[in-house]
Design a protein around this ligand. Structure first.
Ligand SMILES: Nc1ncnc2c1ncn2[C@@H]1O[C@H](COP(=O)(O)OP(=O)(O)O)[C@@H](O)[C@H]1O
Ligand SMILES: [Mg+2]
Length: 275
């Protein structure tokens, strides 16, 4: 073979080798990127596991404390109601007794939240009248601020659900709405059969809309996280409970908020228990 020909062959072989080696380099760096991705995924999973472990431990402790506090709180509720009755006619002092009752109710709600949170509720279904349930929840919340409530029921408002859990959901959404409107205003609660539901899966929709401070875009993804709160006296459990109640009913929840304008929570629940 002529020297020229051998040189050409060698140069071709080098070219092939260069291409192959470049490809290998590319594959190597893709592999490196993949490993980095997997590593950070693993780190995130580890953090999530650690969070879950800590939450479980805190949940257990919270449940124990809540049980201990519940009994004396029950007595306080009875005595403050008796005191209110006793002071009927003495407006000034009756108001003080009413403040105690209100405080006790708020504490009781916090405890219920902790207990529900620790117990990860499963729903016990029966037919619930939303009109009654929302009227009850409004009454429970009314005492907590200068807020007015407007309730709009469009069409039938009965559904199969766990009444206690659903009340917990409504009260928490209403309390948050009231908290967000320190200067007062109106919270609008709307219920309707969701037109997006199908004949086989009818869906009930509950909307709670306030004209409060709103939620900033950087916080909106975190509001359902347990213990996330921006309030000095908040527990960050309200929306975590709301979310777990929605999950227990195989429903969905969305939030739409504009800072300075207000917030709307939209809950959708199947009208009938899935068999
Ligand atoms: N209607 C609302 N308007 C504005 N912010 C809200 C509203 N509902 C919830 N949030 C935000 O979500 C956070 C978590 O709410 P929640 O879980 O009920 O806990 P908490 O009320 O104890 O702070 C609140 O601290 C607040 O920042
Ligand atoms: Mg709350």
């Amino acid at each position: 073979m002529a020297i020229e020909q051998q040189k050409e062959l060698l140069s071709d072989a080098f070219d092939i080798f260069r291409v192959a080696s470049r490809k290998l380099e590319e594959q190597y760096s893709t592999l490196e990127e993949k490993i980095e991705e997997l590593n950070s995924e693993l780190a995130e999973k580890n953090r999530a596991m650690e969070r879950t472990r800590r939450l479980a431990a805190m949940g257990e402790m919270a449940a124990r404390i809540a049980h201990e506090i519940r009994n004396p709180l029950g007595s306080m509720a009875i005595f403050s109601t008796l005191l209110e009755r006793e002071l009927d006619g003495d407006e000034e002092r009756r108001k003080l007794a009413t403040s105690i009752s209100r405080g006790v109710k708020t504490l009781d709600n916090i405890l219920s939240n902790m207990l529900h949170f620790a117990a990860s509720p499963g729903a016990r279904y029966r037919t619930v009248d939303l009109t009654e349930l929302i009227a009850d929840s409004v009454q429970m919340t009314q005492a907590c601020g200068k807020t007015g409530f407007e309730v709009v029921h469009c069409g039938s408002t009965e559904l199969e659900a766990d009444e206690g859990l659903l009340r917990q959901l409504c009260v928490n959404l209403l309390l948050n709405a009231v908290d967000s409107m320190k200067k007062g205003g109106t919270v609008t609660i709307t219920t309707r059969l969701d037109p997006a539901g199908t004949d086989t899966v009818e869906t009930v929709e509950i909307r709670v809309k306030d004209r409060g401070v709103g939620i900033s875009p950087e916080n909106i993804d975190r509001v359902f996280d347990p213990f996330f709160t921006t309030r000095s006296s908040g527990t960050g459990l309200g929306l975590a409970i709301v979310n777990s109640v929605v999950e227990a009913h195989s429903g969905s929840i969305n939030v739409v908020s504009t800072p300075g304008v207000g917030t709307e929570f939209i809950v959708r629940l199947p009208r009938h228990e899935a068999k």
